[in-house]
Design a protein around this ligand. Sequence first.
Ligand SMILES: Nc1ncnc2c1ncn2[C@@H]1O[C@H](COP(=O)(O)OP(=O)(O)O)[C@@H](O)[C@H]1O
Ligand SMILES: [Mg+2]
Length: 439
Amino acid sequence: MRLSQYFLPVLKETPKEAQIASHRLMLRAGMIQQSSAGIYSWLPLGKKVLDRIAQIVREEQNRAGAIEIMMPTIQPAELWQESGRYDDYGAEMLRITDRHERDMLYGPTNEEQVTDIFRAHVRSYKALPLNLYHIQWKFRDEVRPRFGIMRGREFLMKDAYSFDLDAEAARRAYNRMFVSYLKTFARMGLTAIPMEADTGPIGGDMSHEFIILAETGESGVYFHKDWLDTDLVTSVDYAEDLQPVVDKFTSLYARADEKHDPGNCPVAADDLMSLRGIEVGHIFYFGEKYSEPMGASVAGPDGRNVPVHMGSYGIGVSRLVGGIIEASHDDKGIIWPRAVAPFDVAVVNLKPDDDACDPCAEDLYAKLVAAGGDPLLDDRDERPGAKLASIDLIGIPWQIVVGPRGMASGVVEVKNRATGETAEVSPESALNMVMDGAA
Ligand SMILES: Nc1ncnc2c1ncn2[C@@H]1O[C@H](COP(=O)(O)OP(=O)(O)O)[C@@H](O)[C@H]1O
Ligand SMILES: [Mg+2]
């Protein structure tokens, strides 16, 4: 992409309304624009990151055996009356009446909708296990939307729903999602600790929140200090029983505050960390809570009809954009982990129209495109200082800076955004460095 032809409305001033780094940086980097409280437009740079995060989530869901569908944002009230949640959900639900005076709602979550799909088509245990997911916008009329997209009213969530014949099979489904979450967040460069959690309004028996540590996080968390040295990367075969893997990652104490009882905590005070974190994912097993009232049952091997056991598994896709920035930024701006970066490398031409700089920058850009990369060429007619500052701000993992001084001796400057390390090298070496370097 040529920056001169892109839409990147970066802000010079720090927006006053933003209280936390990620919100400030997303506004300054031209990623989002507020439409109304807790509702945002995603501008090109923000949309690219959002899509890259969604794609990682999608790949790991597919790998774990979940199947992608797409359910609507608007749901009929009847489904929620059937489950008994229509009144309980309260003011967070955006209720809508259509032209025929039918009660509708903008979905805050999709347990009812997916159960309705399941019961219409599945009659036998032979179709199980089944896990259906979608990546779709949700609306929750939060009392206090804040921190930009971190706690929005409209937000993008990946929500998966598992269907199994009995509690034992449902536990295996839960474990597959548990492990896939470890893999998903690790791919984004995040340390997301699985913490025992309350089952909340969704109800049920077993639940974990995946929480990344951040001072500005809304959740209080308590965990054994050994978590800080735990490698959360894991490689598994989903066909196997994953209980040992889950046991390994749940053997160390970690709880969200609602579940932590200071008077009854097995961890010695010296070993207990009490910090704050951001909930980026949440998984639940809730058995027959929806299948029973909504009549989602299958015939088991003995021919008897039984309600299916269900679980639901959420990831805050839009919240992750902010969460990753909270975990990875400095005073100059965002530092994208390569896996979610909007562009892999920025080629900065410090002097457009210069006889030496132009061909070099153009050639680097063309070669990066030809090699299958996704480079950004800063060909704007702007002061060098302003260009470098905005490229630092938007956090591209690598920069190749082409300037008249370097051109005199045939070199460009390569900079790694995360480490700040720079090197003056030939354009070919620069290409090699950015193409194999993991940032
Ligand atoms: N208001 C919101 N804005 C952005 N992301 C949200 C919001 N509410 C929930 N999420 C994300 O969606 C995931 C699943 O939500 P869920 O656990 O059902 O909600 P809650 O945490 O309110 O019980 C959460 O882990 C979080 O990452
Ligand atoms: Mg939650």
